[in-house]
Design a protein. Structure first.
Length: 220
């Protein structure tokens, strides 16, 4: 169903989901900037789960390839980070803090959820901007570039709030290169397995991610 009944009134589901996400991220920004509670940051995994949950619920007409892609995207993102943490070869030398929750092989599974969320949101956003006549590789390149730009905004904020820390004084360039290559591969997979799907909730989420980290970055 495309609508949800609230107090007897029919509301478009995607509109309601966008409102929920906007409130969620607004509360996140205010909670962190005002430092309302030292444990507030540890709600981050819940934020990620709600975010990815709402965009996937709003995904139209699930098929087996769609489900397979989401599982593969989560696993690819997670194990890329496992390899990165364990070897330091992929992204550089870094370690995760406690913010993203429990860890397996020193890597929080939530980072796999984050990869799935960003790949889906960036790829769908590109689908809203570029029509289905644009080659798959071009869409994947644009989506991956968008993810790297977002990562540039995420990194300084993540370090301040203890998501992870780098051994080097400055974030290594290889981190962004690796992000781009992995993101490109996953965004290409999205276009091949899911295709020209539209999802306004995912677009709103991608925009909110930029706004969220821009605001926090300006105030830290």
């Amino acid at each position: 169903m495309n609508t949800i009944s609230i107090f007897g009134k029919e509301v478009k589901r995607e509109f309601l989901f966008i409102i929920i996400l906007t409130i969620l991220y607004a509360v996140g920004v205010l909670g962190l900037l005002w430092n309302i509670h030292p444990q507030f940051i540890y709600l981050t995994p819940l934020n990620l789960l709600v975010s990815v949950g709402l965009i996937l619920i709003n995904h139209a007409k699930w098929t087996r390839p769609h489900i397979i892609f989401c599982v593969l995207c989560f696993l690819s993102g997670f194990f890329s980070e496992v390899a990165g943490v364990q070897t330091g070869i992929i992204f550089g030398e870094y370690a995760y803090g406690k913010v993203l929750g429990f860890k397996i092989w020193d890597t929080p599974p939530m980072i796999g959820i984050n990869w799935l969320m960003l790949v889906y949101a960036s790829s769908v956003s590109v689908n809203h901007v570029l029509n289905d006549k644009v080659p798959v590789i071009a869409k994947a390149l644009v989506a991956a570039a968008g993810m790297v730009i977002l990562d540039v905004l995420i990194e300084p904020v993540a370090i301040v709030y203890g998501f992870w820390e780098w051994e080097a004084e400055h974030i290594p360039l290889q981190n962004y290169l690796a992000w781009f290559l992995i993101a490109f591969a996953l965004c290409w997979g999205f276009q091949k397995m899911i295709g020209n799907k539209k999802n306004k909730v995912a677009v709103a989420l991608f925009i909110l991610q930029f706004v969220f980290f821009i605001i926090l970055g300006m105030n830290n």
